[in-house]
Design a protein around this ligand. Sequence first.
Ligand SMILES: Cc1ncc(COP(=O)(O)O)c(C=O)c1O
Length: 399
Amino acid sequence: MGNKNISYFDANGTTPVHTKVQQAITSSLQHYGNPSTSSSLGLKTSSLIAESTSTILSLIFHTTTGTLLYTSCGTESNQSAIQLVLQNWKGDGIPHVITSTVEHPATIKYLNFLETRREISLSCVKPGLKGSVSPGEIISAINDKTILITLIYAQNETGSLNPLSKLRSLLPENSEIKIHVDASQAVSKVSCGIQEGGGLEGCDLITVTGHKFGAPKGISALWIREGFEVRKVEGGGIIFKGGGQMSGLRSGTENVPYIVGLAKAAECCVTSESGEFYASIMKSFREEMELTLRGKVEFVYNCKSDTTGLPNTLSIGFRGLNVPSSKIIKMCEVKGLIIAAGSACETGKLSHVLKECSVEEEVGGCTLRVSCGFWNDVEEGKRGGRILGEVVKGLKEDE
Ligand SMILES: Cc1ncc(COP(=O)(O)O)c(C=O)c1O
């Protein structure tokens, strides 16, 4: 896929658009009817949306139920989820929201903004050393004004997974607290099913972000549980007001070709035989890279856990290497390897996520995030490990 001289290992940043997705989008472009109209052209595009919805529901969420609100990006899905819960709340006083300190800025900055405007009060729970938040601590943060728990499922920098499947069962009986999950990094890598044992059972709202699994940038979705009573969304949309498309949840004519592309991306990321995500294959590319790298230099895992964590993601740093991540990344790119820093910044300072996970300053400053995707293979894994190993070894020798 793309330039064969470059090995791209930044799937958590974004993915290439899968060839089959490109084809599906191109062929859907011939259907130009407005899906809100009742002409045969409009009926064709609305049927494309309906077919795409049932594909996504079954392949990603393992269900036939619920609504999919299509949005422009993961940021919009997260903020729509938060607003949907807030706008539906009927109580007095300031509602309370619980989140974690390792959320993506798309969640945490929005919650901080709402808190500053006194539209919510906020509790942020800290993760443990492996980067995951304890369900018990979330439950302890509940008070009588709590209306929403919003948590990331798979952390984009560290790959840590939050154990969310038990959360609903730990809430007080008949609790009206809603659970929103930012599954942007989880889809295509771990199960996001809402059925018993599916990983996200009991959750009410789930964010899916297309460009993290082979769809183009510009298309995402928010799954809304069936029975989630929408009482008070006014003006034809949660955020965008107007024509009242998508059952009055988001105004604006639907991006039909990209919705078709999102469904095709969902098809491309499950194996045809078992219906499971390609996770185990991605894991083998990552393991190959890790193995080759280990043969060349010593490294330290951030938040590593063998049993939990994204199978495609490796977050590592190096002791005794006083070089910022940005320099290592640039040197790797010159040799044909693209990786990322997570969010460790230019100056070698720790990102807020690594800090919250108690990663040491020395290691965090040169932290690298390697994340594999469907376009990689075992040979690229080996090549990536070799390039990275040589770059780091060279830098250590120069010090
Ligand atoms: C966990 C998580 N949530 C939300 C987002 C935001 O997605 P977008 O950039 O499509 O708005 C990202 C993107 O990096 C992410 O990794």
